[in-house]
Ligand binder design. Structure first.
Ligand code: ADP
Ligand code: MG
Length: 421
């Protein structure tokens, strides 16, 4: 073991209390410390944060971390502060700070105390901040959730579009590390180009989730009864049921409650207090099931979610993967059951009709992949992994028999014929 490696392990232990690296972390961290542009593709929960946090703590200067969600930034800053003896080690720079707070942040950076500076992309459009950051020592820049820069991603954010120019203004030769959980080759290419780092060393972890069982069933007008039956067969287990609309969330939550299932609704139309209450009930196991729109899940870390049901098929394979990925985080069983009717695809197409043509075309292409996935008779796992640019052999690969098409090869989903709602 080289000295560098020993140092990394003791730094990992010292700052985070972990006894070993997960997956590709160590290789990634070495690459960042060497000052190379780095691109990290790992599924959610893979441990991406550490890939920039540890190098930031080790390297001279301050690392700028661009992240889209203020709530997630705050969580990370709190976590880093908890392992350091100085609160100034990490700061958030955003529009909510007053003059005194801004001065504190700047002083801590100038004094070399701040190792991680989290910023929202829109804060970086402020001349004052850019000018300041140009004048201090920046170790590297991390762009978390880098898929937000791509229109081909499931979560495109216009504020990310100008990032390349802003980062270049802060410093032309400062290394960049981009991180994402979106694995499609198209989005990856977009990220590398948009951030101007086609020379980056890429680290991609496998997206296979061997403990998840994938199943798609035709959606009939009895879908609610089907869902109730499934939940009752899994009594006492925690699960999430995703619906497209808030209205459907409310209705289905009630139907489940009437049927004796401990379910609560969750969507962005509920007031903050109710949302927090329902989320906590789920985490504390005061209820078994959350019926939710996609508003539920970001940053929720319940390891023993045993099933994820899609009452409505999602708008892309990435969304499906993210949402089903909330099952079985602890490595235990996770049943992913999606109900599919072609009618729902048409509904999703209709939702997009008011959008710009380019966006519609992308949305349409993503939906076609969903149709192909729902109607395929090949292994669901193989399909998903292939979509993410990963070869999978069901004979030798982990979880090779964990989907409906592999278990019952003759059955075909022909939802087109069956649904007359
Ligand atoms: P991602 O951003 O890829 O979704 P996170 O950075 O949020 O993942 O990490 C997911 C979880 O894994 C966190 O709870 C983190 O503390 C934990 N983790 C990360 N690296 C390690 C490690 N080397 N050993 C143990 N746990 C780790
Ligand atoms: Mg992350």
């Amino acid at each position: 073991m080289s000295i560098a490696e020993i140092d990394l392990h003791s730094a990992l232990k010292k700052y985070f209390g972990f006894s070993g690296f997960k997956g590709l972390q160590e290789e990634v961290i070495k690459n960042v410390i060497e000052g190379n542009n780095t691109f990290v593709i790992m599924p959610t929960g893979g441990g991406k944060s550490l890939c920039y946090q540890l190098p930031a703590l080790i390297k001279e200067g301050t690392a700028i971390v661009v992240s889209p969600l203020i709530a997630l930034m705050k969580n990370q800053v709190d976590a880093i502060r908890a392992v350091s003896d100085n609160d100034g080690v990490a700061h958030v720079l955003n529009s909510s700070l007053n003059k005194t707070e801004i001065k504190r942040v700047k002083d801590d950076i100038l004094n070399g105390i701040t190792k991680l500076l989290y910023v929202a992309p829109e804060s970086l459009t402020k001349e004052e901040y850019v000018d300041f950051l140009r004048s201090v020592q920046i170790s590297f820049m991390a762009v978390d959730e880098a898929h937000c820069i791509s229109e081909w991603g499931h979560d495109f954010r216009p504020e990310y579009r100008n990032l390349r120019h802003i980062l270049k203004r802060i410093g032309d030769d400062i290394p960049i590390i981009g991180l994402t959980a979106t694995a499609t080759p198209k989005v990856q290419e977009d990220i590398l180009k948009s951030l101007g780092m086609t020379d980056a060393v890429t680290f991609k972890a496998s997206f296979n989730r061997p403990n998840l069982f994938y199943e798609v069933r035709p959606k009939t007008k009895n879908v609610d009864a089907d869902i109730i039956r499934f939940i009752k067969q899994n009594e006492g287990k925690s699960g999430i049921v995703y619906c497209l609309s808030r209205k459907r969330v409310e209705e289905l939550a009630q139907v489940l409650q009437v049927n004796g299932i401990k379910a609560v609704p969750y969507h962005a139309g509920l007031d903050a207090k109710t949302r927090v209450k329902h989320q906590d009930m789920f985490l504390m196991e005061d209820c078994d099931v959350v019926v939710a729109t996609i508003a539920f899940g970001m940053g929720i870390d319940k390891p023993d979610v045993r099933f994820v049901i899609h009452h409505d098929i999602p708008k892309s394979i990435e969304s499906y993967y993210q949402e089903t990925g909330r099952a079985g985080r602890d490595g235990g069983e996770g049943h992913c059951l999606a109900f599919y009717a072609y009618k729902d695809i048409e509904k999703l197409e209709k939702f997009m009709s008011g959008k710009p043509v380019a966006e519609q075309e992308i949305g349409h292409a993503l939906l076609q992949e969903v149709v192909a996935f729902a109607e395929t008779s090949i292994s669901r796992r193989k399909f998903i992994l292939h979509y993410f640019g990963e070869a999978f052999d069901n004979e030798t690969g982990e979880g090779g028999d964990m989907d409906d098409n592999v278990r019952n090869p003759k059955k075909q989903v022909e939802a087109k014929d069956e649904v007359k709602t």
